[in-house]
Design a protein around this ligand. Structure first.
Ligand SMILES: Cc1cc2nc3c(=O)[nH]c(=O)nc-3n(C[C@H](O)[C@H](O)[C@H](O)COP(=O)(O)O)c2cc1C
Length: 203
């Protein structure tokens, strides 16, 4: 039975125990597609993902992931930011696309262009917007997993530098989070949430 969007939001939990059953490749593709469709500042799409599926692939990051449940999941996404997305050439390319399709004006593009942007990825200092963009993409993946009857868990309790080294990733990638995905072997109750009036600030 297909879940409504409201049900997907309400039912999603962080899953920390997975069945051994592998996730279908077409489901993993749908999860990647959910990230691909995410919105991002100036459409920069800075997210990149490494998918670990085999025991040998997962063994490469052993010791860098503090919680053992992560590598017990049949699929593990290593979620990264790409510094190339913030080089002058790439930002201008994305802005041109937006100007061409009348999404932003020449003036708005000019405003963005006045900020100093490095030519080379090694000179890029990753801006805070990048983490917002990656966060949106990863959460879209988590919601898609839920919609497909799968479970996932955001994980930041990792050693990103060591993962980068163990996977021999290119210099321009920065590891930010990990998202294990699999069939849930637990159904946790909802975690506490603040009340509506605690999150809406009255003027
Ligand atoms: C950015 C982020 C980082 C997180 N890092 C971890 C983590 O390293 N390990 C973990 O077990 N859970 C982690 N979580 C899951 C949270 O603990 C969880 O979302 C929160 O307790 C609410 O529970 P729920 O997701 O089941 O609603 C993280 C969640 C987010 C959004």
């Amino acid at each position: 039975m297909t879940k409504s969007f409201q049900e997907v939001l309400k039912d999603r939990r962080s899953i920390r125990k997975f069945e051994g059953k592998p996730v279908k490749d077409e489901d993993l593709e749908q999860i990647i597609e959910a990230a691909r469709l995410a919105p991002s500042g100036t459409n920069r799409q800075p997210w990149r993902f490494v998918l670990l599926k085999t025991e040998a692939e997962k063994a490469r990051v052993a010791g860098s992931i503090i919680q053992p449940f992560v590598l017990e999941a049949p699929a593990v996404f290593i979620c990264c930011l790409d510094k190339k997305a913030y080089t002058k050439g790439m930002v201008e390319k994305r802005m041109d696309e937006l100007v061409q399709s009348n999404v932003i004006s020449e003036e708005a593009a000019g405003y963005i262009s006045q900020f100093k942007m490095p030519d080379k990825p090694e000179d890029v200092k990753i801006p805070p917007d990048a983490y917002i963009d990656l966060g949106i993409a990863v959460q879209q993946m988590a919601l898609m997993a839920e919609a497909l009857g799968l479970g996932s868990c955001w994980v930041r309790l990792i050693n990103p530098g060591q993962i980068h080294e163990q996977l021999n990733l290119p210099d321009e990638l920065k590891v930010v989070a990990v998202l294990p995905v699999g069939y849930p072997a637990q159904s946790p109750p909802p975690r506490p949430r603040l009340e509506r009036d605690e999150i809406v600030v009255q003027l």
